[in-house]
Design a protein around this ligand. Structure first.
Ligand code: ZN
Length: 330
């Protein structure tokens, strides 16, 4: 009898699910709208229904499904199987989501934060596979990360480790949502890049960038900045270079502290490609210590599926290969 696990990535707007077999092969990726306004109860019902749907689609029985990996946004207590708080999901406070989903399907559930699950995806099956000391960053609206030390994820005392987005890179920089000044997130996240672009436009006035945004500086996103930069717009290129410099400063610091083999960069901001990657690599080469500057900085491979694939890959380790820590099972 073939064995399977399911990986689920819960986001503010959509829930994604994928099945994985014992050999680590994945099936089709299915997404449903989250309907987050329905509150925790409604969203959890949808998670359960989506897992049942994907099993039915693939002709998999309850006996064949050995476990579920679940990634949820925000602060998670993985030991207790709880979503502590999620800014993207209204009403989610101290929700025992692992137990609720586990009861709904009748299999054990392993849970973590969505960015950490995406990091697991890259570590096990993407750009970080085969390496023990890897840092995976997601550069999206904000910046999140998963840090692997000797093959294990480092989460810290309260599972709040890896907040690279809130490292100070400019002591008198703008105030971040976390309360600090000059966080990396203010420069190199999607929101940060859009902010830098608006600021630069105030000085310069006109640019292809403004044209691409339909003449409205307020509607500029990181994607418009990347598009304008790749079409040769000087101002947009300067914005990308600035974001890359700050990211490079933070990554050089990380490389000096952890001496990783690889740093994997994913998320929407990486749509900028080499335009961003090249100056980041240069900054790390210039700033990190001799051995630490040898770190390879690469682009993530799994794209938007990383979260669901990582959740499934972690569940496979835990429930099929039996390599995980059973105290985190519900
Ligand atoms: Zn911050």
């Amino acid at each position: 009898m073939s064995q399977y696990v399911a990986g689920v990535d819960v986001g503010g707007t959509k829930i994604a699910a994928i099945l994985m077999d014992a050999a680590g092969r994945t099936g089709a990726w299915i997404t449903w709208p989250t309907e987050a306004a329905g509150g925790p109860g409604g969203v959890i019902e949808r998670i359960i229904a989506l897992i049942k749907f994907i099993m039915e689609q693939n002709g998999i029985t309850e006996q064949q499904l050995l476990g579920i990996g679940l990634g949820v946004p925000g602060l998670v207590n993985s030991r207790e199987g709880k979503s502590v708080f999620s800014p993207n999901l209204p009403g989610w406070r101290d929700i025992p989501v692992a137990a609720m989903v586990g009861r709904g399907i009748g299999v054990p559930v392993i849970i973590d934060n969505d960015v950490r699950m995406a990091a697991w995806g890259e570590k096990l099956l993407g750009a970080g596979r085969g390496w023990d000391d890897v840092i995976c960053l997601t550069l999206g609206t904000g910046i999140g990360s998963g840090i692997f030390i000797q093959g294990k994820m480092f989460k810290g005392r309260d599972e709040s480790a890896g907040e690279i987005g809130h490292v100070t890179v400019e002591k008198d920089g703008p105030r971040c949502s976390c309360g600090n000044l000059g966080c990396l997130e203010m420069y190199a996240s999607g929101r940060g890049i859009a902010r830098l672009a608006r600021e630069a436009l105030e000085q310069a006035g006109s640019s292809l960038l403004l044209e691409l945004a339909g003449g409205d500086a307020g509607s500029i996103t990181a994607a418009t900045v990347c598009q304008a930069a790749s079409q040769g717009d000087h101002l947009a290129q300067q914005v990308v270079a600035k974001a890359a410099m700050y990211l490079g400063i933070a990554l050089a610091g990380l490389a000096n502290i952890l001496n990783p083999q690889r740093i994997v960069l994913g998320g929407g901001v990486m749509g900028a490609g080499e335009l961003l990657l090249e100056p980041v690599r240069r900054a790390v080469r210039e700033r990190a210590m001799p051995l630490n500057r040898e770190v390879e900085i690469v682009t993530a491979e799994l794209g938007e599926r990383a979260g669901a694939i990582g959740a499934a890959a972690l569940a496979r380790q835990e429930f099929i290969l039996g390599e995980g820590r059973s105290k985190w099972i519900w």
